[in-house]
Design a protein around this ligand. Structure first.
Ligand code: FES
Length: 139
């Protein structure tokens, strides 16, 4: 997995949560943290193709990356309610439906939108650069 350094001054303008969508050649996420690497998860077109949900494993953590109207969001992929991957779920608007018990999660914030999910999923930083998607794991 290719690791790239933090490199964009534009990142200083970003909000401290993951609610800010990212688009092609934009950056998003928390304040600059030079200790946490960005992970290259692949070419934008290869990662998504016709799908809007993508699951991967980074630093031993299952991460789901979701595309909504061209904007990308990343969060812990394992549902906080049980052992299911949100990236295997159904995405409608900004809500992904867990495939196991149909709980809804807002991919912008990781917050649950319906029962039985009660705990928020951790969000991660995601950006697109030169046609490739990069994800940075948040603590
Ligand atoms: S495992 Fe996701 S809603 Fe139950």
């Amino acid at each position: 997995m290719k690791i790239i350094p933090i490199m964009s001054a534009a990142m200083t303008d970003h909000e401290a949560d993951c609610a800010t969508p990212v688009t092609e050649d934009a950056v998003c996420g928390a304040a600059i943290d030079g200790d946490r690497p960005w992970h290259d998860i692949g070419l934008y077109d290869s990662v998504f193709g016709a799908q809007d949900c993508h699951g991967t494993t980074l630093e031993g953590i299952k991460v789901g990356v979701f595309r909504v109207a061209g904007d990308l969001f990343a969060l812990d992929d394992i549902c906080t309610h049980g052992a299911a991957l949100l990236s295997d779920g159904f995405l409608e608007g900004h809500e992904v439906e867990c495939p196991l018990h149909a709980g809804l999660v807002d991919v912008r914030t990781g917050k649950p939108c319906s029962s039985p999910i009660t705990r928020a999923a951790r969000c991660h930083d995601v950006r697109v650069e030169d046609g490739r998607i990069y994800v940075r794991i948040n603590p």
